[in-house]
Design a protein around this ligand. Structure first.
Ligand SMILES: NC(=O)c1ccc[n+]([C@@H]2O[C@H](COP(=O)([O-])OP(=O)(O)OC[C@H]3O[C@@H](n4cnc5c(N)ncnc54)[C@H](O)[C@@H]3O)[C@@H](O)[C@H]2O)c1
Length: 312
């Protein structure tokens, strides 16, 4: 398949391009390099330094590449930035996504969208949360992702397309910058490596669903293969507390890691995990990497100097 990956020079996007290349697909990347790095990409991949907010430039790349599939990962990913500058967040995460949908429409391409499972459901839903639970995002970031999902659904009804969204849990793995939704694994591993104590906000009992980046790339591949429209949670269904995570980091480091505690951050969701039956049934996908193994991969990656092209 000819595939264009927006945000392909980012953490998840660069793993995705490797997965598609290994699958024999033809891959091109569009990224404004605001957070992405060309060094993360296989040298054979063409990279267009363009923003999804630049309508004409975006359209001309899509016309040139003529992709059958666009994996749309380019986004403003910082929840706190979205709270401080919601209009800037929406300009990229909502309007930028509409720009991608329009460019895809002109080229007849299908769109797979990287949505969020960790920031979309909010606090008034059962845990693990399923796609049938009503989203109640707690920040502009999750609201924008939900809004973008609605546009995908609208395009499917209006234009007969088969666009689909993957609601990603807290993705972690090698190549991740220690910011964003799940940078905590890298942050904790880095502190443990240098003999520093990780900071825990609150009592450390808050839970998240950590999914390994290689498993997320496999989920995109599975969704690309099915060709069907849908919204799928991509996670593990398992809740892991911050203190459990620190324990695993200690095991990877081969020594006890004891945190220091700071006041809880206001507005932080206490529990989060995603039900994944729909992805298993529709895509034949489940996460394969256990958290202890994945944390070990991140620890060894940081230990080896955090090279851009490392990791599986
Ligand atoms: N990391 C997670 O835990 C997680 C969880 C849920 C959803 N997601 C989603 O997955 C996608 C990838 O996230 P990531 O963790 O790899 O983040 P990332 O910041 O590493 O990747 C995002 C990429 O998009 C690029 N980008 C940003 N704005 C752009 C613009 N206007 N035009 C073109 N490119 C632009 C950045 O340069 C970067 O390379 C995002 O859509 C994010 O919202 C991530």
């Amino acid at each position: 398949m000819r595939i264009l990956v927006t945000g392909g020079a980012g953490f998840i996007g660069s793993h995705l391009t490797d997965t598609f290349l290994a699958n024999g697909d033809e891959v091109t990347v569009l990224d404004d390099l605001s957070r992405g790095r060309p060094g993360r990409l296989d040298p054979s991949i063409a990279l267009h330094k363009v923003s999804i907010t630049e309508v004409d430039a975006l359209r001309s790349v899509v016309e040139q590449v003529r992709p059958e599939l666009i994996c749309h990962l380019a986004a403003q990913i910082d929840v706190r930035v979205s709270v401080d500058s919601p209009a800037d967040d929406a300009a990229i995460n909502v309007v930028g996504t509409v720009n991608v949908l329009e460019a895809a429409r002109a080229a007849g391409a299908r769109v797979l969208f990287a949505s969020t499972g960790g920031a979309i459901y909010g606090v008034d839903v059962p845990v693990p949360s399923s796609e049938d639970d009503r989203p109640g995002p707690e920040a502009p970031y999750g609201t924008a992702k939900y809004c973008a999902e609605q546009y995908l659904g609208l395009y499917n009804r209006l234009h007969g397309t088969t666009h689909a969204a993957l609601r990603l849990a807290n993705v972690y793995g090698p190549r991740q910058d220690p910011t964003g939704e799940a940078g905590v694994v890298g942050i904790f591993c880095g502190r443990a490596l240098h003999g520093d104590r990780p900071t825990v906000f609150g009592d450390g009992g808050q839970t998240r669903d950590y999914v390994y980046v290689g498993d997320v790339a496999a989920a995109f591949l599975a969704a690309a293969r099915t060709g069907r429209p849908g919204v799928w949670n991509i996670g593990t269904s398992r809740e892991t507390s911050v203190l459990e995570l620190i324990d695993l980091v200690g095991k990877a480091a081969g020594r006890d890691v004891s945190p220091e505690f700071a006041p809880a951050r206001p507005g932080e969701v206490q529990r989060s995990a995603l039900a994944v039956e729909r992805a298993r049934n529709d895509l034949g996908w489940t996460a394969r990497t256990g958290l202890a193994d994945g944390v070990g991969e991140v620890y060894r990656w940081i230990e080896s100097g955090s090279p851009d092209r490392a990791g599986r």
